[in-house]
Design a protein around this ligand. Structure first.
Ligand code: FAD
Length: 387
């Protein structure tokens, strides 16, 4: 596996163990079937509890049966899952960073005890409802409301593009709380079997096909007041979750690119044209050299993020830079790898084109590439250019 500047040497034994466990899990249980899942537009849901048993959901959190591993170990896990498929990493990212993290950070003790162990073991599935049909890049304009009524809230609105909503037991829904001045955004835990909740699946995606995506429609959905996340108010709530998930994406995208590189390198060594392996031609070598360089610089950025996160110095803007850079890198390099495989590269027998189409989603979700550009632009100039 590509590790050109020897980052492996700096990993501790726990980090190696977690990386190897994820790599083995992928090789033994997912890699052979992932192409079929992609073609069929399905996710291997039977593996959800197994991923839980192996500690793949929010292992960097503490308490409630969670192992509190290092941020590097967590990043390596994301890298290995996405080296298989972005859909697999998305499952772990949503469950861990977008559902368990807000419950852990902002939930009441009862909410934590009810949900964290079950979500951690993969016995329950969660989803994160922020995006609305009319509000994607600007979620602060959201229209979903939570009206107080006695000791309940009544939720109305619709969310779309929600990873795992059709199979989720609980949704973290971000809504305007009408009980307070200014209708601040608040998080609500909404069990998906409540009256008035529907979670239709979005079919015919051409990207991230091995992942289940759906809507959440809320029509007069009643939840007890205790279902509100008490610890956070305003857009800081959802945005802080996104920082956690984007951190995992910055690592994961490197995994997808690495898998493309390894596939292309093996193919170039094996495939002969004009009497010799294509890897012996200068043009193919230039592609491999560039790919290896881009992957290595992205790996370094991911490792640096882990150090900053570990010591509490990570800013959301750092994460924006890494998400923006590493996903664009994976998007570009997966296309080069696909190209090196010739006609075979357009089949589901090889991973690069699957990674390449997945990257269209990864480039768009968790803040589009453009939005991260604007976040960095504001940080660098002090002037915001969103509107
Ligand atoms: P828009 O916001 O309409 O953007 C369209 C284009 O305009 C983009 O290129 C964008 O960069 C550009 N643009 C927008 N504003 C500006 C500006 N100010 N300046 C310059 N350019 C701008 N959401 C969830 O809440 N939970 C999930 O689990 C989830 N999973 C997803 C899974 C998939 C497969 C996909 C595709 C999306 C998912 N999303 C999820 C939604 C995702 O986060 C949004 O698609 C994303 O935020 C972009 O919003 P949008 O699609 O409405 O595009």
């Amino acid at each position: 596996m590509l590790d050109y500047v020897g980052l492996e040497a700096d990993l501790d034994s726990e980090e190696r163990l977690i990386r190897d466990t994820a790599r083995e899990f992928v090789d033994e249980h997912v890699r052979d079937d992932i192409g079929d899942h992609y073609l069929e537009g399905t996710f291997p849901t039977e593996l959800i509890p197994e991923m839980g048993e192996l500690g793949f959901y929010a292992p960097n959190l503490e308490g409630y049966g969670l192992p509190n591993v290092s941020e590097t170990a967590y990043g390596l896990l994301m890298q290995e899952l996405e080296a298989c498929d972005s859909g697999l990493r998305s499952m772990a990212s949503v469950q861990g960073a977008l559902v368990m993290y807000p419950i852990h950070a902002y939930g009441s003790e009862e909410q934590k005890e009810e949900w964290l162990p079950a979500l951690g073991r993969g016995e329950a599935v969660g989803c994160f409802g922020l995006t609305e049909p009319e509000h994607g890049s600007n979620p602060s304009a959201m229209e979903t409301t939570a009206e107080p009524d006695g000791d309940e809230y009544v939720l109305n609105g619709s969310k779309t593009w929600i990873t795992n909503s059709p199979i989720a037991d609980v949704a973290v829904v971000w809504a305007r709380d009408k009980s307070e001045d200014g209708d601040p955004v608040r998080g609500f835990l909404v069990e998906t079997d409540r009256d008035g909740v529907t979670t239709n699946e979005i079919h015919e995606k051409l990207s991230l096909r091995a992942s289940i995506t759906g809507e959440i429609s809320l029509q007069n959905v009643r939840v007890p007041k205790e279902n509100r996340l008490p610890g956070v108010e305003g857009m800081k709530g959802p945005l802080s979750c996104l920082t956690q998930a984007r951190y995992g994406i910055a690592w994961g995208a490197v995994g997808a690119a690495r898998d493309c590189f390894e596939t292309a390198r093996a193919y170039a060594t094996d495939r002969e044209q004009f009497g010799k392996p294509i890897g012996g031609f200068q043009m193919q070598q230039e592609k491999l050299a560039e790919m290896a360089t881009q992957i290595t610089t992205s790996q370094l950025l991911a490792h640096r993020l882990a150090e900053l996160k570990e010591r509490g110095d990570l800013r959301p803007q750092h994460v924006s830079m890494a998400k923006r850079n590493n996903v664009r890198m994976a998007r570009d390099q997966s296309r080069i790898a696909r190209e090196m495989l010739g006609g075979n590269g357009i089949t589901a027998d090889y991973s690069p084109m699957r990674h390449m189409t997945n990257m269209e989603t990864v480039y768009t979700y968790e803040g589009t590439h453009d939005i991260h550009t604007l976040i960095l632009g504001e940080d660098l100039t002090g002037m915001q250019a969103y509107q």
